[in-house]
Design a protein around this ligand. Structure first.
Ligand SMILES: Nc1ncnc2c1ncn2[C@@H]1O[C@H](COP(=O)(O)OP(=O)(O)O)[C@@H](O)[C@H]1O
Ligand SMILES: Nc1ccn([C@@H]2O[C@H](COP(=O)(O)O)[C@@H](O)[C@H]2O)c(=O)n1
Length: 217
C-alpha cells in the first residue's frame, strides 16, 4: 500500500461522512453536489473503486459476477485507506472501469482532508467500515425509479445493453439489494428522500461548513 505522510494534517480531527443507498437512488448526485460546493475542502471516495479486479477471468465471464454481494469489493483496503487518511497520510486509490468490469491500470492519489465523504451501496453493511463514519446518510428512492435511472446510466456511461441490465438486475442486483442494502437504512442517522433534495443538501452544507470552520463533527 502506498502511503505518504503529510505534516500538520494529522492533528486535525477528520470527519468521515458515509452516503449509502440502493443503486440509482441518487447517492452520486447528492455527493457530487456537496463536492461541487466545497471543492478541495472535501474529499470523496467511492466504494465502487474498490471492486475487485478479476483480470484472471475473461471479459465474457466477468460480466456474470455478482457485483452486489459484499465479497465483490475489497473493503479491507478501503478501511485501511480511511484509517491512513485519518492519520494525515495520503493514499493511492484504485480506479474502477465499469466498461471492462475490472480495475483500471491507473490509480489516484488522495490527500487527507478535514472532511471525507465515502459513497457506496454497501458501505453500512460492513461493521468495520460503518464504525468509521461520524455521520451516516441513506438516500431513499423507489425501486422502479432506481432501475429506470440505472438503465439510462448503464447504457450511456457503463457500456451496457438493455438485455444485460435487466438480466443482471433480476438475478443479482435486486435480491442482493433486499438482503444487504435495504436493511442498512435502519443504521443511518439521516434518511433523505432523493439525491436532488434541496432541504437535505442545505442541512448537510451547513453541517460541513460548521465542521470546516470549527473543526468538530
Ligand atoms: N431525483 C432524481 N430525479 C431524476 N433523476 C435522478 C434523480 N437522482 C438521480 N438521478 C439520475 O439518475 C442517475 C443515477 O443517479 P446516481 O446519483 O448516479 O445514483 P447512484 O449513485 O445512487 O447509483 C443519474 O443519471 C442521475 O442524474
Ligand atoms: N463491474 C461492475 C461492478 C458493479 N456494477 C454495479 O454497480 C452498482 C453499484 O454502483 P451504483 O453507482 O449504481 O451505486 C451495483 O449495483 C453493481 O451491480 C456493475 O454493474 N458492474
Amino acid at each position: 500500500m502506498f502511503i505518504r505522510y503529510r505534516k500538520g494534517l494529522s492533528e486535525l480531527k477528520t470527519t468521515i461522512i458515509g452516503i449509502a443507498g440502493g443503486t440509482g437512488s441518487g447517492k452520486s448526485t447528492f455527493t457530487n453536489r456537496l463536492k461541487a460546493h466545497f471543492g478541495d475542502r472535501v474529499t470523496v471516495i467511492y466504494h465502487d473503486d474498490y471492486y475487485r479486479a478479476h483480470d484472471e477471468i475473461p471479459f465474457e465471464q466477468r460480466q456474470y459476477i455478482n457485483y452486489d454481494h459484499p465479497d465483490s469489493l475489497e473493503t479491507d483496503l478501503l478501511v485501511a485507506h480511511l484509517k491512513a487518511l485519518r492519520e494525515g497520510k495520503s493514499i493511492e486509490c484504485p480506479v474502477y472501469d465499469f466498461t471492462r468490469h475490472t480495475r483500471s491500470k491507473e490509480t489516484k492519489v488522495i490527500e487527507p482532508s478535514q472532511v471525507i465523504i465515502v459513497e457506496g451501496i454497501l458501505i453500512f453493511q460492513d461493521e468495520r467500515l460503518r464504525n468509521l463514519f461520524d455521520i451516516k446518510i441513506f438516500v431513499e428512492a423507489d425501486a422502479d425509479e432506481r432501475i429506470l435511472r440505472r438503465v439510462l446510466r448503464d447504457m450511456n456511461e457503463r457500456g451496457r445493453d438493455l438485455e444485460n441490465i435487466i438480466s443482471q438486475y433480476l438475478t443479482t442486483v435486486k435480491p442482493m439489494h433486499y438482503l444487504y442494502v435495504e436493511p442498512t437504512k435502519n443504521l443511518a442517522d439521516i434518511v433523505i428522500n432523493s439525491g436532488l433534495n434541496d432541504v437535505a443538501f442545505d442541512i448537510m452544507k451547513t453541517k460541513i461548513q460548521d465542521i470546516l470552520e470549527n473543526g468538530e463533527s
